[in-house]
Design a protein around this ligand. Structure first.
Ligand SMILES: C[S@@+](CC[C@H](N)C(=O)[O-])C[C@H]1O[C@@H](n2cnc3c(N)ncnc32)[C@H](O)[C@@H]1O
Ligand code: SF4
Length: 397
């Protein structure tokens, strides 16, 4: 490190110890591919050499930690794909590696994404022994015909049984639902959501079905064989979602994420608040500050190609790009405005070296899309959230 006066050095050290730092571990395998999903997930009929993959994760963790020294890990997230296909011993080995190379905060949040089948629920206890303290279950729907249409391998009853197992083992759990599905009415969704809330503890992720390019749903939609709610119905579904969740004490802290105050997913807050995270595994993205430069990193998406790269080079990195202050600020705006708390305008200016256009903010404020708080934050209003993309595009222009 270049020489710094003592006070600046202690300030920096203190910042390193207190600023959240997250590790994302991507497990890219699934039992089958859901027709709506464009995540980096792959089916391998013949199985995979899990031990070999785990060794590669350990190698990549060591290589990343050698570049990002002296950080304290505040959260770890096993995402996918389907991390609940991993053996608990593999999760343990990866967590041990993270602990070997970085300091782990005493209150670290360790989340694992799980599919809610009965087979996967049998592994939950093993995950807890390995150090996982929060699970996020992909329930998607409590309606069997909808689960079938979404190509899911579980029934509603099986999903609820998995939620009950999660509740008995973990203090913290969340589950995901997809709404604005074909033929879904506001009444049917309201009933389903209330049922879900009765099973939820502190956190729920509620995503509107998105038709992603290059998925089977995209082809069906284009051919007119899959109809999703039009904008007006989607807006009504969004509005009742907010009303029901607010009444139940689960307000949205992010456009699609609801939690009791204090029970927000700390890992995802790291992304949305613009802090650093290391991305480990095929197709994992990272944002790292090294020597005061913010870097965007990306690894090879293809699992076997990533594996061979790591075995040959010690890392699966394909991209390490220095972000300009303008790009870093745009990301902060894009991610931060997803949060109900919004962004800190002073921090935006400190990153970008400029201020947001006051005239544009005033117009958006008049339209009721944004509000500014007394302590200098800019946030999107509840009625502005369905127009978030347009608001961000307007402010970033
Ligand atoms: C990467 S998936 C992994 C979770 C886990 N594999 C599962 O499917 O249960 C994370 C979540 O994204 C949501 N998701 C994925 N594709 C979506 C889409 N096209 N529209 C809306 N939500 C989607 C689902 O709710 C899913 O649980
Ligand atoms: S939704 Fe989950 S289980 Fe389905 S393909 Fe995507 S990552 Fe795999």
């Amino acid at each position: 490190m270049r020489w710094l006066p003592h006070t600046a050095r202690s300030k920096m050290l203190n910042m390193r110890l207190t600023t959240p730092f997250a590790v994302y571990v991507h497990w890219p395998f699934c039992l089958s591919k859901c027709p709506y999903c464009d995540f980096n997930s792959h089916v391998r009929q013949g199985g995979i050499d899990e031990a070999r993959f785990v060794r590669a994760y350990q190698t990549e963790i060591a290589a990343t930690a050698a570049r990002v020294l002296g950080r304290t890990v505040s959260s770890i997230f096993f995402g996918g794909g389907t991390p609940s296909l991993m053996q608990p011993s593999s999760v343990q080995a990866i967590l041990d590696s993270i602990g070997k190379h970085w300091t782990i905060a005493p209150d670290v949040e360790v989340t694992l994404e799980a599919n809610p089948t009965s087979v996967e629920a049998t592994r939950f206890r093993g995950y807890r022994s390995a150090g996982v303290n929060r699970v996020s279950l992909g329930v998607q729907s409590l309606h069997d015909p909808a689960l079938k249409e979404l190509g899911r391998l579980h029934t509603a009853q099986e999903a609820l049984a998995a939620v009950a197992v999660a509740r008995s083992i973990f203090d913290r759990y969340s589950f995901d639902l997809i709404y604005a599905r074909p033929r879904q009415t506001t009444d049917a969704w309201a009933t389903e959501l209330r049922r879900a809330i009765a099973e939820a503890a502190e956190h729920l992720s509620l995503y509107q079905l998105t038709i992603e390019p290059d998925t089977p749903f995209f082809g069906l939609h284009k051919a007119g064989k899959l109809k999703i709610p039009d904008d007006d119905l989607a807006r009504d579904l969004y509005d009742i979602t907010q009303a029901i969740c607010n009444d139940a004490g689960l307000p949205a802290y992010e456009i699609s994420n609801h939690a009791r105050p204090g029970a927000e997913c700390r890992h995802n807050l790291v992304y949305w608040r613009g802090h650093d995270y290391a991305g480990i595994g095929p197709g994992a993205h990272g944002r790292l500050t090294i020597d005061d430069r913010r870097l965007a990193t990306e690894t090879d998406k293809r699992p076997e190609a990533w594996l061979m790269r790591v075995e040959e080079n010690g890392t699966g990195l394909t991209v390490t790009e220095k972000l300009t202050p303008g790009e870093t600020a745009d990301e902060y705006l894009l991610m931060g405005l997803r949060l109900a708390e919004g962004i800190d305008l002073e921090r935006y200016s400190a990153i970008s070296g400029r201020t947001l256009d006051a005239g544009r903010i005033a117009i958006l404020r008049e339209e009721g899309a944004v509000e500014t708080t007394a302590d200098g934050r800019l946030r999107v209003t509840q009625s502005g959230f369905p127009l978030l993309d347009a608001v961000v595009a307007d402010l970033a222009a």
